[in-house]
Design a binder for this molecule. Structure first.
Ligand code: ADP
Ligand code: ADP
Length: 228
């Protein structure tokens, strides 16, 4: 069973840059999948299709069996949570609590349900006790975890992270890896875009290598051992 099915997806940006040139890809439910490729390969453009921020110009994308199109936009946002590379594109409220509560409140969930979700999400990313802090006063790694908590509070079945390790120190990196494994052990699919071969080799159970808008290879982390 697949969390993501992509058929012949092509996409050009407004300035004409052809970022995706016919992507065919399936990602297994419950997997830890790394999408590996150099800068400019098309990783971010691909991820932005998974939760419907970009809609396919050609080909199709399905998430948990749901077609990514304008009609399904709302359901897709609830199914797929996307954590941007830079938390400062995502974390903008006055306090940590408000930031994590923002999504669930937008879904018009009852107050006690919002409370429960925020509490659980902050526990998952180990930020309990910082609810009333201003994100601005936290470290970069902590802001990254606030962004993840905000997405977790939506309870997405698929969690997508763009370069989650960028600019983190080694101890924040290993902490984040533990958090991701905890989320995955609840049965959720995690998809991570990265250019870090060592991270992909160590963390992922499935690796997709993309370059110049195309899939070069997909398989277990062993497909990387020749490069290492
Ligand atoms: P990656 O995430 O692997 O670094 P991207 O998806 O960001 O790759 O970029 C793929 C290609 O699309 C690159 O050539 C990049 O310069 C271009 N690109 C990305 N975003 C935009 C945009 N908003 N407008 C124009 N070109 C873009
Ligand atoms: P900590 O206090 O936990 O060490 P910092 O906030 O000092 O975390 O940031 C850790 C690293 O991330 C530093 O190398 C810093 O330069 C970098 N960094 C901080 N903010 C940003 C940002 N907005 N974009 C890119 N890198 C950043």
């Amino acid at each position: 069973d697949y969390a993501v099915e992509i058929e012949d997806l092509a996409f050009s940006h407004k300035d004409g840059t052809r970022a995706l040139k016919g992507i065919n890809l399936r990602i297994k439910k419950g997997s830890k999948t790394a999408i590996l490729g150099p800068n400019g390969a098309g990783k971010s453009t691909l991820l932005l299709h998974l939760n419907g921020i970009y809609l396919p110009q050609h080909g199709r994308v399905r998430v948990m069996g749901l077609e990514v199109n304008r009609e399904n936009e709302k359901k897709i946002r609830q199914t797929v949570g996307l954590v941007f590379q830079d938390p400062d594109d995502q974390v903008f409220c006055t306090t940590v609590w408000e930031d994590v509560a923002f999504g669930p409140m937008n879904f018009n969930l009852p107050e006690d349900e919002v409370q429960r979700r925020v509490k659980q999400a902050l526990r998952a990313v180990r930020l309990e006790g910082l609810e009333q802090k201003m994100p601005f006063h936290l470290s970069y790694g902590q802001r990254k975890r606030v962004a993840i908590a905000g997405v977790l509070a939506l309870r997405p079945e698929i969690l997508v992270l763009d370069e989650p390790h960028a600019f983190l120190d080694p101890s924040s990196k290993s902490e984040l890896m533990k958090i991701m494994d905890g989320i995955n052990s609840e049965g959720r699919t995690i998809i991570v875009a990265t250019h870090d071969v060592d991270f992909a080799y160590e963390w992922a159970d499935d690796v997709v290598i993309i370059k110049d808008g195309r899939v070069l290879a997909q398989g277990g982390p062993d497909i990387l051992s020749e490069d290492k």
